[in-house]
Design a protein around this ligand. Structure first.
Ligand SMILES: [Zn+2]
Length: 135
């Protein structure tokens, strides 16, 4: 799927909601294209006890549908002050989460802009299990 199409779909998910405690939900939206080509949405849910990124929210929906392989991932956030939309690279936890769902996800395409992508393995260097030491 084209980067711009996924970015626009993720932007449609943005419905920021501020809780009475000042936490923001739904201000980041993500779309995941699975190995089968299905597209799964997710938004961030930033509770004080456990913050869930939009990417992991979308990935949990994918897993709920019995899928573990990822083709593409994108997450977006809109700056309320400027109105500008930004593509956010996945945080370290999300990168590792994607890898742990299936090692083949190291080849997943991470959308970084309308015309720029990265492969997950390039975003998590030194992910291989370490060799045993001679100590
Ligand atoms: Zn994350």
């Amino acid at each position: 799927m084209k980067n711009r199409d996924l970015i626009e779909q993720a932007a449609q998910l943005l419905k920021p909601h501020r809780t009475s405690a000042g936490r923001l939900f739904g201000d980041v939206g993500a779309m995941v294209v699975s190995g089968s080509g299905a597209v799964y949405p997710g938004v961030c849910v930033d509770t004080p006890s456990w913050g869930l990124c939009a990417e992991r929210s979308a990935l949990a929906t994918m897993v709920t549908h019995g899928e573990y392989r990822i083709r593409q991932v994108v997450a977006v956030w809109r700056n309320d002050e400027t109105g500008q939309l930004h593509v956010l690279p996945p945080c370290g936890v999300c990168r590792e989460f994607m890898r742990q769902l299936d090692d083949a996800n190291l080849d997943a395409e991470i959308i970084l802009d309308t015309d720029r992508t990265a492969i997950l393995r390039d975003l998590i260097p030194h992910h291989e299990w370490p060799r045993p030491l001679d100590l």
